[in-house]
Write a protein that binds this ligand. Structure first.
Ligand SMILES: Cc1ncc(C[n+]2csc(CCOP(=O)(O)OP(=O)(O)O)c2C)c(N)n1
Ligand SMILES: [Mg+2]
Length: 404
C-alpha cells in the first residue's frame, strides 16, 4: 500500500453529497441539503440531544428507524455507554501492550465504538457474525472475553476463540473475504429454514474488493439473510474513501437490488436502530441490506502505521467533536439517566479490566512448537508426518549442541 502524500495537502472532497437511503422503509426522498455534511440517519446529535422526530422532509427517514429504539430504557442506555467505555479502555490497553512489546501488532477501534456496539447489541445469540480484524466492540457484545482477542496479536495462536461458542467467527485479515463466508453461511441458514440472521463487517477499502462484489451478487440473487455492515472510517490505511468510490458507499446496494442506508456511525442509538431494522428484514425473508456506518478511525491503521504521513490533525480534531462516547454521556447527564456514582463505578471497572488484560497477556504461554502440525488434516497426512519428523530432528540438533 503506497502512501499518497497528496491526500494530506489537498482538501478532501466530500464523498457525501447525495446521501439518503435507497429502498429503505420509507420511499420519501429528503430535500436537498445546503450543508456539505453527509446526510445520514441520526438519532443522537454530537451535542448529546435526541433528534426530534418530525415527519417533515428533512428527517422523515430518521422516524422510520427511531421506532426501533423508541422504548429503550435508561438502564439500556447506560448499558450501551458501559459497553463503549469498556471497549475503548480495553483497546487503549492493547495499544499500550503493543508499545511495551507484549503484542506484535494491534488494530485499534478508537472512534468506532458506537458503530460496533450499536450493531453488535442489535444481534441475537443465534445470529452469526463475521468480523474483520478491528471488531473488538462487536466481540465484546457477543460475549467473547477480550483477552482472547489478543493471542493472535501476540503470536501465540491463530485465532484464540471457538467461533461457534459465541457465533463470532475468527478475525479475518484477508480483506473482504469474510463477506463471502457470511453470504454462504446465510444461504445455509435460509436452506435450514431458520430465522437467524448473519452480519458481515467490512471496511470502506474492502468495498473495492472483488469478493465483496461477488457476495453482494450472491446475497441479492439468493435473497440471503445477511446484513453487510460497512464501517466507513474514511481511510483504508493511507487511502481516503474517495479513492474507493464515486458514489456514497451505501448507494452501491441499489445496483445489486437491495436496500442501502447510511447511518451516523458515531451515534450508538442510530446504529442500534438501523441494524435492528436490517436484521429484521433478514429474518423476515426480505434478503440482504447494506448499512454504511459513517465514522472515523481516530488512531493509526495499526500500531505499524503513522497517519501523520498522510492526513492532517485538523481532520481528526473535527471528528473528535463527534465522539461517540462523549455524546451519549452528555445525553445521560442532561436527562438524569446516570449519576456520578455510575460514572465513578464504571471508571473503576475500566481500570480493573485494563489490569486483568495486562496480567492475562503477560501470562500467555508460548505455543507448543509442534502444534502447527496439528489440525492440518482431519486424518493426518504423510507429508505432514514427514515435516513433523524433520522439525523434531531440527529441534533435537539444538539439544545436542547444548549438551556439548
Ligand atoms: C486481500 C488483501 N489485500 C490487501 C491487504 C492489506 N490490507 C490490510 S488492511 C488494508 C486496508 C483495509 O481498509 P478498510 O477496508 O477500509 O478497513 P479498515 O482497516 O479501515 O478498518 C489493506 C489494504 C489485505 N490484508 N488483504
Ligand atoms: Mg477503512
Amino acid at each position: 500500500m503506497t502512501v499518497d502524500s497528496s491526500a494530506a495537502r489537498k482538501p478532501r472532497r466530500s464523498a457525501a453529497g447525495k446521501a439518503g437511503t435507497t429502498g429503505t422503509p420509507s420511499t420519501t426522498r429528503t430535500a436537498a441539503k445546503k450543508s456539505t455534511e453527509p446526510e445520514l440517519v441520526q438519532l443522537l446529535t454530537p451535542e448529546g440531544k435526541r433528534v426530534r422526530i418530525a415527519k417533515n422532509a428533512r428527517n422523515a427517514k430518521n422516524a422510520e428507524y427511531a421506532r426501533y429504539v423508541a422504548d429503550i430504557t435508561p438502564e439500556e442506555l447506560r448499558g450501551l455507554y458501559r459497553d463503549m467505555v469498556l471497549t475503548r479502555r480495553f483497546d487503549a490497553e492493547a495499544t499500550a501492550l503493543q508499545r511495551q512489546g507484549e503484542l506484535g501488532l494491534w488494530a485499534s477501534l478508537l472512534g468506532q465504538e458506537a458503530a460496533q456496539i450499536g450493531s453488535g447489541r442489535a444481534t441475537r445469540p443465534d445470529d452469526y457474525v463475521f468480523p474483520t480484524y478491528r471488531e473488538h466492540g462487536v466481540a465484546w457484545c457477543r460475549g467473547v472475553d477480550p483477552t482472547k482477542l489478543l493471542g493472535m496479536f501476540r503470536g501465540v495462536n491463530h485465532g484464540g476463540w471457538d467461533p461457534n461458542g459465541n457465533n463470532f467467527h475468527l478475525y479475518t485479515i484477508v480483506i473482504g473475504s469474510q463477506t463471502l463466508h457470511a453470504t454462504g453461511y446465510a444461504m445455509g441458514v435460509a436452506m435450514d429454514g431458520a430465522d437467524s440472521a448473519v452480519i458481515a463487517y467490512f471496511g470502506d477499502g474492502a468495498s473495492s474488493q472483488g469478493d465483496v462484489a461477488e457476495s453482494f451478487t450472491f446475497a441479492a440473487v439468493y435473497n440471503a439473510p445477511v446484513v453487510f455492515f460497512c464501517q466507513n472510517n474514511q481511510w483504508a490505511i493511507s487511502e481516503p474513501t474517495e479513492k474507493q468510490t464515486r458514489v456514497p458507499l451505501y448507494q452501491r446496494a441499489q445496483g445489486y437490488g437491495f436496500p442501502g442506508v447510511r447511518v451516523d456511525g458515531n451515534d450508538v442509538l442510530a446504529c442500534l436502530a438501523v441494524t435492528r431494522w436490517a436484521l429484521e428484514r433478514a429474518r423476515n425473508g426480505e434478503g440482504p441490506t447494506l448499512v454504511e456506518a459513517y465514522t472515523y478511525r481516530m488512531g493509526a491503521h495499526t500500531t505499524s502505521d503513522d497517519p501523520t504521513r498522510y492526513r492532517h490533525d485538523d481532520e481528526r480534531a473535527a471528528w473528535e467533536a463527534k465522539d461517540p462516547i462523549l455524546r451519549l454521556r452528555r445525553y445521560l447527564e442532561a436527562s438524569n439517566h446516570a449519576d456520578e456514582g455510575f460514572f465513578a463505578e464504571l471508571e473503576a471497572e475500566s481500570e480493573a479490566l485494563g489490569k486483568r488484560v495486562r496480567e492475562v497477556v503477560r501470562a500467555m504461554p508460548d505455543p507448543d512448537t509442534f502444534a502447527i502440525f496439528e489440525n492440518v488434516y482431519a486424518d493426518g497426512h504423510a507429508l505432514v508426518d514427514e515435516e513433523r519428523a524433520q522439525f523434531a530432528a531440527y529441534q533435537a540438533s539444538f539439544a545436542d549442541a547444548e549438551g556439548v
